[in-house]
Ligand binder design. Structure first.
Ligand SMILES: *Cc1c(COP(=O)(O)O)cnc(C)c1O
Length: 350
């Protein structure tokens, strides 16, 4: 079966062996504070920074999911409120989680067909953190680099937090333009679910010191204190950290991966339009390079997913309000050119 679902998604084929290696190495039965495991954590952090070009002074934390990162940000970096800019289901969910914790959090929803107009977004003392979804997996939109750069310039006094769950390790990110980036590994990392990554700037950690939240097991300050020794306050996902370390040593530099992802995305959009598919996002400037959503009538969507399955391919369901009227195609790095070609042959036959 070929998997084009945008998370959980196709695993890098090497993962099969890494799982067996983890078992054989005995690491899964070792204490998570043992020197052997700590050195794996240290290596994974180092490789993440090298392969993904993360600035050396940024910190990496292991958590359990992107969803947990939403909550950590609200607990440890927000005092009054956060401002949420979104055009889809994941950004909205994040806003709703934050709102439960800080009633003063505000929302800036915008249309998925529009480029975000920063000049329309408020800048006042009601919020400390501005929350962006880099790649909106639910509808296949993406914030381009200029937009994040413009936000970073306009909001110098704020903490900028970016949900990069379905883009981190798929395309190059400009880390310096935000303070908190997070993702889970079941998207562009090509790994099994159950591990989240948070990448924080020194400014984010200074803000956490100021707020001094120490109420929760996953308070950012606890994560930071433990990570000084490459440890976590609770027993982490040892298996996935092991696999992450292996995957990171295997994959190309993000520059190479990102170029391929962006080239493949361009080819996908060209192919889909040429063959009469209705790409949900009309404006090429806001289209995602890692998740593509195609819309049609409910029966067509149901049928195409079913036929694809019979042909040995899993297409992604729609998500949120687009659940029944779109299907999605992941353009993640673990998917090979041969697999993409196979899906194209199928789509051309429809
Ligand atoms: C998948 C996804 C999430 C949720 O990830 P979990 O690992 O389930 O917490 C959050 N945000 C975006 C943009 C996603 O694509």
């Amino acid at each position: 079966m070929l998997y084009f679902y945008p998370g959980p998604s196709k695993l890098y084929p090497q993962v099969r062996n890494y799982l067996a290696d983890a078992y054989d190495s005995g690491i899964l039965s070792m204490n998570h504070r043992s020197a052997d495991f700590v050195s794996i954590v240290q290596s994974a952090v180092m490789l993440l920074k090298t392969k993904l070009h993360i600035p050396q002074d940024y910190s990496v934390f292991f958590v359990s999911s992107a969803t947990e990162s939403w909550e950590i940000i609200a607990q440890s970096l927000v005092k009054k409120g956060s401002l949420h800019i979104f055009n889809g289901a994941f950004g909205q969910k994040w806003a709703e989680y934050s709102h439960k914790i800080h009633q003063k959090s505000s929302f800036f929803p915008y249309s998925l067909q529009e480029e975000l107009d920063i000049s329309k977004v408020a800048n006042d003392a009601t919020f400390e953190v501005i929350c962006l979804t880099h790649n909106e997996t639910s509808n296949g939109t993406q914030l381009d680099r200029q937009t994040i750069r413009a936000i970073s310039e306009k909001y110098r006094d704020k903490i900028i937090a970016v949900d990069a769950t379905s883009s981190m390790a798929g395309i190059e990110l400009e880390w310096e333009n935000a303070d908190v980036w997070f993702a889970s590994v079941q998207k562009c990392f090509g790994m099994p679910a159950g591990l989240g990554l948070m990448v924080c700037s020194p400014k984010a950690l200074a803000a956490a010191q100021q707020i001094n939240d120490r109420k929760y097991y996953n308070s950012l300050l606890f994560l930071a204190e433990n990570m000084q020794h490459f440890q976590t306050n609770y027993t982490p996902n040892v298996l996935n950290i092991y696999v992450l370390n292996q995957v990171l040593s295997q994959i190309d530099d993000i520059k190479i991966i990102g170029e391929r992802t962006e080239r493949n995305a361009k080819n996908w959009y060209h192919f889909l339009e040429k063959h009469g598919f209705d790409v949900l996002v009309k404006n090429p400037k806001v289209r995602s390079s890692t998740v593509i959503a195609i819309q049609d009538e409910e029966t067509f969507i149901r049928n195409i997913k079913e036929k694809a399955k019979q042909a040995g391919m899993i297409l992604g369901n729609g998500y949120g309000i687009w659940k029944n009227t779109t299907f999605r195609i992941a353009n993640f790095p673990a998917i090979t050119d041969e697999e993409i070609a196979q899906l194209r042959v199928f789509l051309q036959s429809i």
